[in-house]
Design a binder for this molecule. Structure first.
Ligand code: SIN
Length: 336
């Protein structure tokens, strides 16, 4: 009897231990190397920007929802690849997710030039109306080629100008050297104002401003704050003259080879994070603008409505130049 009881207790202890192990085994160790999926997500900005935070959130949610089977490794701050390298890395499947600014993808998908048109969007609501519209969705669907597939669009926000002299009127731009992202619209924008444009990778901007290789730049408050550009510029004009958004891109072959259940989880999670990122972008850009001003390191200037009108008028020829390439239908849909 005693023996039977001892055996029963032992059996019970083994069963409890096994059940405990089963419960705890939610991490990647439970998957064989064939089952485990690693997704490298490379980007160039700080972790504390809307894109950086969204990439991290995506990684965490995917880990939880796949029980650790899918590991999204996020590499911020150009740690893995910088501008100009990350697209090649995606095409070669050395990374599986990137989220470059639309401006940086205009050489692959020229209609993306639309997003760089000065004063195209009044506010985030207009951007979202366009992206969520049938025309906007059909446009995003078309963004595939060279082995790349677009999955979503994320916001950063509206750009302001930073410089070493006050910028209030179009004539103030004469002969200044502006750092730009590689987009023909951005190049034309500064040419139109009598300035020069220099295309530089994001990771080189701080040093270029510090060493006076360029005099000025345009970016969003979240990028200016997290990369401390306000320390190497004297003036900031809050112009909100252009929108900066991102294309979340994957390697098409990689994505379509994923098990269907996993791809579904990734796509649903991405849609959820995209909605979350929109809120984060509004919040962080507003907050970071306040934080930049609070540092007292840069002289802020809010462009008046009258001055804004002058800038718009001066920049109208840029729209005319690129309209044939962008297409009237797409432009009309974005203006709704
Ligand atoms: C980014 O927001 O990803 C970088 C933008 C820039 O290159 O200015």
């Amino acid at each position: 009897m005693k023996k039977i009881l001892t055996c029963l207790i032992l059996l019970f202890l083994v069963a409890v231990t096994y059940a405990g192990c089963q419960q705890r085994a939610t991490d990647s160790e439970q998957f064989s190397s064939e089952e485990r999926i690693v997704i490298k997500f490379s980007h160039v900005v700080s972790e504390m920007t809307p894109k950086g935070l969204a990439a991290r959130r995506f990684a965490e949610l995917v880990h939880d929802r796949t029980g650790g089977r899918v590991e999204v490794q996020v590499y911020p701050n150009s740690q893995l690849y910088m501008d100009g390298e990350e697209v090649d890395a995606l095409i070669d499947n050395r990374v599986q997710l990137i989220a470059p600014a639309t401006a940086k993808m205009t050489q692959y998908f020229p209609q993306l030039l639309l997003f760089d048109l000065p004063f195209l969007f009044e506010d985030y609501a207009q951007v979202h109306r366009f992206i969520d519209s049938d025309e906007g969705q059909a446009f995003l669907e078309k963004l595939r080629g060279n082995g790349m597939l677009s999955l979503a669009m994320w916001d950063n926000g509206f750009k302001v100008m930073t410089s070493n002299r006050p910028l209030r009127n179009p004539s103030d731009f004469q002969n200044l050297r502006f750092r730009i992202m590689p987009s023909r619209v951005l190049d034309a924008q500064f040419m139109q104002l009598g300035a020069q444009a220099r295309d530089l990778p994001f990771s080189d901007v701080y040093a270029a401003l510090e060493r006076n290789l360029v005099d000025a730049a345009e970016n969003t408050p979240s990028n200016i704050y997290t990369k401390k550009f306000y320390l190497v510029q004297e003036h900031m004009t809050i112009s909100n003259h252009g929108y900066l958004g991102y294309l979340v891109l994957t390697n098409e072959k990689f994505w379509t080879s994923l098990p269907e259940d996993i791809r579904l989880i990734l796509e649903e999670t991405l849609a959820e994070v995209t909605a979350w990122e929109r809120e984060a972008a509004i919040y962080h850009n507003q907050r970071d603008l306040e934080l930049i001003i609070k540092t007292g390191q840069i002289e802020p200037y809010h462009l008046s409505d009258e001055e804004k009108k002058e800038w718009k008028k001066a920049l109208l020829p840029v729209w005319d130049t690129f309209l044939p390439e962008i297409g009237e239908d797409l432009l009309r849909a974005a203006l709704r």
